[in-house]
Design a binder for this molecule. Sequence first.
Ligand SMILES: [Cu+2]
Length: 152
Amino acid sequence: MKTFSTLFSALLLIASSFSVMAQQVAVSDGHVREVIPGNTVTSAYMTISNTGKSGLKLVGAKSDTIPRIEIHEHIMADGMMKMRQKSHIDIAAGDNVVLQPMGLHLMLFGLSSPVKAGQSQDITLIFEGGFEYKVTLPVHSIKKAKKHHHHH
Ligand SMILES: [Cu+2]
């Protein structure tokens, strides 16, 4: 019986820490780039804000319709722009991180049905400790994404 109540309070603790985390995550300006016909790979961009008082660590992402999602960043190596996988992204308390073209992004692999502009794509962000935060992102055309990039 004692073990049982210990387990129960442990579960309560997890549940309450999750609800705290849910309140400290905010996602804005998100979009997924339209998949080029014949391709199965694309990327997702967004601003993730940590409105809480403790640090957050994004450790991955998943989706029911996407077999594999990786955290990537663009780096300059030997004078060339390259992509590199990252294990996580740290977001300090009160800070935000911008996933954007030519910077940090989520790389979506193995899309079976091409996502087109005007559709939306669900992605679940996974934070350290197992907390998950689901976002629904609009799909933008490639043209629009380029324009957007130049504009800034
Ligand atoms: Cu990438």
